[in-house]
Ligand binder design. Structure first.
Ligand SMILES: Nc1ncnc2c1ncn2[C@@H]1O[C@H](COP(=O)(O)OP(=O)(O)OP(=O)(O)O)[C@@H](O)[C@H]1O
Length: 231
């Protein structure tokens, strides 16, 4: 479980704060979407909940312990997988090497890491032949699938994705969001997707809208309290 307590953050002056006294909790097994206008602070929120940056005030807790106490690099390596719009795969490696090296870093408990990675890639339509090619030879949709399989193969329980479908067409976006659902509902991870696409939010269990320095829950239990705005 990930919790944010009394979160306040700004870059230049406190008067320009992006959030004020935010309290939130994110549970395992659920797929969350965070919607918000450009510049509202969505990417900054990703940095704060994944231990890439520290909030000016307040704290982020993982299973009841402050991530400062866990140690930011330990928190990032062991507990978080981040999926970026730009895939963020290591360009000089194959898909398989990208996944296995991430499994090594996170000390995955899988016995045969290579075999497991290949079986997971196969499930998303990436054959062994493709998996062994340099990742830059794969299409955008394939690279994003590799980035998500990397999150699936690592034992990290928290998956944070920043505009993961931003570079993809509609069909690939649909397939990617299905993978996020599997991560949440079958692997019981806590999955948080930052998006400006209402269609993506519609597929998520809980939708938060970042507006006026607060995160408002606009969808819970499959029903919208308020329809999201267009972003
Ligand atoms: N390192 C930084 N130093 C100073 N200001 C920053 C920094 N990073 C972001 N900002 C500012 O903070 C605000 C929030 O930025 P952020 O990238 O979190 O927004 P966002 O909601 O993700 O936007 P978008 O949807 O356009 O990607 C913006 O006004 C941005 O210019």
């Amino acid at each position: 479980m990930l919790e944010v307590k009394d979160l306040n953050h700004w870059y230049t002056t406190e008067a320009d704060a992006l959030y004020e006294n935010v309290h939130l909790s994110f549970e395992p097994g659920k797929l969350y979407a965070i919607l918000g206008s450009s510049g509202s602070g969505k990417t900054t929120f990703v940095s704060l909940i994944s231990g890439l940056d520290l909030p000016k005030k307040g704290d982020v807790y993982y299973d009841g312990t402050s991530i400062k106490k866990i140690g930011l690099s330990k928190f990032r390596n062991r507990y978080v997988s981040i999926v970026f719009q730009s895939y963020n795969l290591l360009p000089y490696m194959s898909a398989l090497e990208n996944i296995v090296s991430a499994m090594d870093i996170t000390q995955s408990k899988q016995q045969d890491r290579k075999k497991y990675a290949l079986s997971m890639l196969e499930k998303v339509g990436i054959t062994e032949e493709l998996a062994k090619k340099n990742v830059q030879k794969l299409s955008g949709g394939q690279q994003q699938r590799v980035a998500i399989v990397r999150a699936m193969c690592c034992d990290a329980n928290l998956v944070v994705a920043d505009e993961p479908t931003g570079n993809l067409d509609e069909q690939n976006s649909k397939e990617i969001i299905e993978l996020f659902k599997q991560l949440a509902h079958e692997q019981k991870k806590t999955v948080i997707v930052i998006t400006h696409e209402k269609e993506i939010a519609r597929e998520c269990d809980i939708v938060l809208e970042l507006k006026n320095k607060k995160f408002n829950v606009i969808k819970e239990n499959k029903t919208y309290k308020n329809e999201p705005e267009d972003y």
